[in-house]
Design a protein. Structure first.
Length: 279
């Protein structure tokens, strides 16, 4: 399989699974990082094995595994990637393992009629028999909202910024913003998922990063490899998206907004429910 070059040092290995999530490879000076862990295509080979074969053929060293957020379409093969790349550092903002636990509880315990059966199977595969499965995949957990990692001659910045989920993490590499499942500009279809105040906080953090570091971001790569934006005005993206979120925030002031739950409140709710179920 040939890599698709998307930018200098950035490659797309392929797009996988029913939700069409990209598996990305970042490379510098013989070191590489893998980004996202999507489910395999039906009757297809594991993305982890495909990545292993490519990296070995290139003679590169896989230094990092990265995840944008713990929704199942992005993390379905997390166990396979961990087993296939035992030498790799798997860093995470603390929100990812905790929100992964929340997501699993929601999708396996909820009574939603539209709940996909394959979601339950995927979570079973991820969990295995490990009671602390949601923590054991990661060998480097940070509470810092901005963390820098060295890759060859380059730097990768990991920035915590919830908007699509409470576990959203962004990666900045060689002037490119890996934006996960964020909807940018106006008309966010996930606008009821996270409080606008948190989305605005995330937008401010990304903008502050670019200003304080004097860092020019020129390309936006969504995890699904759709709606790729090149030669962007990063400040305009942030400004327009923030204005839209501010309008949503103003609308919500008239009534109760369940999305104002933060990570602590959500964890408390989930673990309280779990304890009640045990009794």
């Amino acid at each position: 399989m040939e890599l698709t070059k998307m930018s200098d040092g950035i490659y797309l290995i392929g797009i996988y699974g029913s939700f069409k999530v990209g598996l990305w490879l970042l490379e510098s000076n013989g070191e590489c990082a893998l980004f996202e862990m999507p489910e395999a295509d039906k009757n297809g080979e594991s993305p982890a094995k495909i990545a292993r074969r490519i990296i070995d053929q290139k003679g590169w060293k896989c230094k990092y595994l990265f995840l944008s957020h713990p929704h199942i379409d992005h993390s379905a093969t997390i166990r396979e990637f961990r087993e296939t790349f035992p030498e790799a550092i798997f860093p995470a903002h603390y929100s990812i393992p905790m929100y992964m636990r929340v997501s699993e509880h929601y999708w396996t315990k909820s009574k939603r009629e539209d709940k996909p059966v394959e979601f339950e199977e995927a979570w079973k595969n991820i969990k295995g028999n490990d009671p602390l499965w949601y923590l054991s995949f990661y060998n480097s957990i940070t509470v810092d909202d901005i963390t820098c990692y060295e890759l060859g001659c380059e730097k990768i910045y990991m920035i915590y910024g919830p908007k699509h989920s409470l576990g959203d993490v962004h990666y900045i590499y060689r002037g490119c913003w890996f934006s996960g499942d964020w909807w940018i500009y106006e008309g966010d279809p996930s606008e009821d998922r996270i409080a606008s105040s948190k989305a605005i906080m995330s937008l401010n953090r990304l903008e502050d990063f670019s200003i304080l570091k004097d860092y020019k971001i020129h390309t936006v790569f969504p995890s699904h490899a759709n709606n790729i934006l090149r030669n962007v005005d990063f400040h305009d993206i942030i400004t327009r998206t923030r204005k839209y979120q501010e309008k949503l925030e103003e609308k919500r002031k008239d009534g109760y907004d369940w999305t104002k739950f933060g990570l602590k409140e959500l964890y408390y709710w989930v673990f309280t429910v779990m304890e009640k179920q045990k009794k």
